[in-house]
Each structure stands twice: as C-alpha cells, then as structure tokens.
Design a protein around this ligand. Structure first.
Ligand SMILES: Cc1ncc(COP(=O)(O)O)c(C=O)c1O
Length: 395
C-alpha cells in the first residue's frame, strides 16, 4: 500500500495523525479539480459549485449516517469550532465543560470564548489509563453544575489518542439541556461514525486526516434544532440582514460561501471515500488495532513500563500513545528520531507524562514499528533522567 501514497519512501512516517497523507489516486482527482477550476473559473465557482457541493455532502452523509442538509463543508475543525462557539450567546457565570485531554488550539478557542463572555471554562480531569466507558462518563459528568451550558469533547483525543464515549455523553447532555459540541478531528476514517446515533448538537470532523482527503476538507454537522443559532464566522454572500435565511432555503447552505476559495479539496472527498471502500477499510482498522496492541505490549515488556490503556477501555484504533519513562527534553528526543533515524513521530508532554503518539495507517508495516523500537533502544539511555526508574511504574 505504501506505493499507493506519495510519501517519501526513505522515511518512516508514523505521524498520520497530525496532517494526514493522501493516496496518489485521490491526489490525481484533486489535481483534476484544480485544472477544471483553472480551465473555466466562472463555470465551476459561479455556476456549478452549489450542485457539486451538494453531491459531496450526499456522499459524506451516506458514510456518516447524516442528512446532507445538516452538513456544512468547512476547511478544518478549528474553523468549525470557531463558527459554532462564537455563535453561542454565553453569559457571565455560565460554564463550559471540557476535559484535560483536548487539543490545544480548541482549548484556546474555548478560553477566548470564556474571556469574551465571562463564562468559566471547566477542564474536568479524566484519568489515564482510561477506565471503562461508564467510568469515563461519570468522571466527565461530575464536572456538570447547574451553570453548565456547553459540553465540548473530543471523539478521539489528540494528546492521549483515546476514544471517548461521546454518544452516551451527548444523550445525557441533551436530557440536561446542555449543548454538546464534539470534536471529531481524528474520527472520520478511523471509526465508523453514526451521527444519528451520536446525536450531538454539533459535530465537526476532518476529512484530511484519517479519511485521506487533501488538506482543507472537513465538515460541520448541526442538528436542525441548532442550525438557526449558527452565525457566519465570515460574513459573505450567504448572509443578508434584509432577507434572513429560512429553513426552506437551507440554513447551513447560507454559511457555505466565505469568499473566493479553491474548492478542490472538498470536491475530492468522494474519491477518498471510494478509496477506503475499495480497500475494505474495516479490515484496515482491525489489523491496525491488532498490530498496535502487539507493539504496545512488546514495548511495555521490553522497557518495563505500563501500557497507557486498560483492556476494558478498548480506546484506540489506528493511533495510540506509548508511555515513555521520564526523559530529558522530549522535543530533542522527537527531533533526534527524525534527524538521526528519519522517523516522523510526535513526542507529547501531557500532564506529568511523556508519550510517543504512534499513528498506524494502511501504508505502515511492522517493519516501521521495528525501526522505531530500535531507534528508541538506541536513543533512550542518553535521555533518561535519574527519576526514570522510580517513576516508570506509575501512570
Ligand atoms: C483533537 C483535535 N482537534 C482539532 C484539531 C484541529 O484540526 P485542524 O488543524 O485541521 O483544524 C486537531 C489537529 O490535530 C486535533 O487533533
């Protein structure tokens, strides 16, 4: 499968999670759209775009089990969260509930929102290793107070590569009258997503990570109850004070145009979906999970360090974290893995822990993990701190 991607064959790429990677045939479709655009810019942008985007939303809706009319195409999750969060009319004293596992840029958006509105941001600790889904729900829910207005959660977390039981939490939030926003940046393409079952008020996902589309392609799902409150983050042709949008006009469609842009990444989403269908993606998930599980056990036994997951939590699919013994200068560790061994993998500091976050995509093989293992064996001794041995047993 490696040859089906454009990745440099001389590197060990174990960081699909950050920015994805696009198969050759999907990239060819992307370039074809760019040529179509260049061939007659007005035909695509001025005439055909609305119907082409409707076709993209229909393809996306079928894999996400969502009504295409509840989907807005967005360039990325960061944009989606800004659009959603800044549409909310939070008041001083309101509370936004989230966890300690969220992505930094999204936390920044929530902090900005709290700062502007006077609301309080509550970051609920969720213990690592994750416990059972029921325990995780209780840990998160214990942060709810009568003032909670918004629940913001990752479906798959960035620093700890863990899956949260979002459907159960959205249901509970819904019953309590709390708005739910789910950050699905890592979920589409890594999980079978059923948006009807999750029933979040707002769910945002990236297609340019695990769904293998070109970068700049994501979606925002908004249930019909919340569509009316969404305001354009960028005011453009869709919004008109004299003729406000009505549900018949399609409330989300009115947010779609944000000024001139290149829609080629959006228009390539169906090709990425086809690629995954053609290559039987459920098997890709299962085999990645098994390979990662074997590797986590091998690493744990060899370095005498716990695995960051409990078996009952079953929280990872194609991305997992390896707990490291305390090391000096994790940034340098990551740089040396790249500079000395051509291994691209993020080294993450989270709370008092340090992790390597391994992404295992269809183009990876066990040989990539073997190379990582040998490189860590080589590098580790010069990075260990004096407390490494005493601390390594506690997560
Ligand atoms: C959990 C999570 N949320 C949001 C994002 C932001 O994605 P983007 O930069 O595509 O907006 C990321 C990026 O890695 C992420 O890991």
């Amino acid at each position: 499968m490696k040859t089906k991607f454009l990745l440099d064959p001389n590197i060990t790429f174990l960081n699909h999670g950050s920015f994805g990677a696009v198969p050759r045939e999907v990239f060819a479709v992307y370039q074809q759209w760019q040529r179509t655009l260049e061939n007659q810019p007005v035909r695509l942008l001025g005439r055909k775009l609305p119907s082409e985007l409707r076709a993209v939303k229909s393809a996306l809706g079928s894999v996400l089990n969502a009504n295409p009319e509840n989907l807005l195409l967005i360039s990325n999750v960061t944009f989606g969260l800004n659009l959603a969060a800044r549409s909310l009319n939070l008041q001083s004293g309101d509370e936004i509930l989230t966890t300690t596992h969220e992505y930094g840029a999204c936390l920044n958006t929530l902090k900005y929102l709290a700062h502007k509105s006077g609301a309080r941001l509550v970051q609920q600790p969720v213990s690592m290793p994750l416990k059972s889904p029921e325990d995780v729900i209780e840990e998160i829910w214990s942060g709810v107070s009568p003032k909670t207005r918004l629940l913001f959660l990752s479906h798959i977390t960035s620093p700890t590569a863990s899956r949260f039981p979002v459907a159960q939490l959205c249901r509970r939030a819904n019953r309590a009258g709390i708005l739910s926003i789910i950050d699905g940046a890592h979920a589409p393409g890594q999980l079978e997503i059923d948006l009807a079952e999750i029933n979040a008020d707002i769910y945002m996902g990236n297609c340019h990570k695990w769904m293998l589309s070109p970068r700049g392609a994501g979606f925002l799902y908004a249930g019909s109850a919340v569509q009316a409150i969404l305001e354009p983050l960028v005011v453009s042709w869709g919004w008109n004070v004299d003729t406000p949008a009505t549900p018949e006009m399609g409330l989300l469609e009115n947010l779609q145009w944000t000024g001139t842009y290149d829609p080629s990444a959006f228009l390539s989403i169906p090709a990425a979906i086809d690629f995954q269908r053609k290559h039987n993606w459920i098997n890709v998930h299962m085999s990645a999970q098994e390979t990662l599980s074997r590797f986590l056990h091998r690493f744990s036994e060899s370095f005498n360090i716990p695995i960051a997951y409990t078996p009952e939590a079953d929280p990872y699919i194609q991305m997992a974290v390896l707990l490291l013994p305390p090391i000096k200068d994790p940034e340098k560790f990551q740089n040396q893995l790249w500079c000395k061994y051509a291994i691209e993998i993020p080294c993450i500091e989270w709370q008092e822990h340090q992790f390597l976050r391994v992404s295992y995509q269809v183009y990876n093989t066990e040989a990539d993990l073997d190379r990582l293992f040998s490189a860590i064996e080589d590098l580790m001794p010069s990075f260990l701190t004096t407390s490494s041995h005493t601390k390594s047993g506690s997560l």
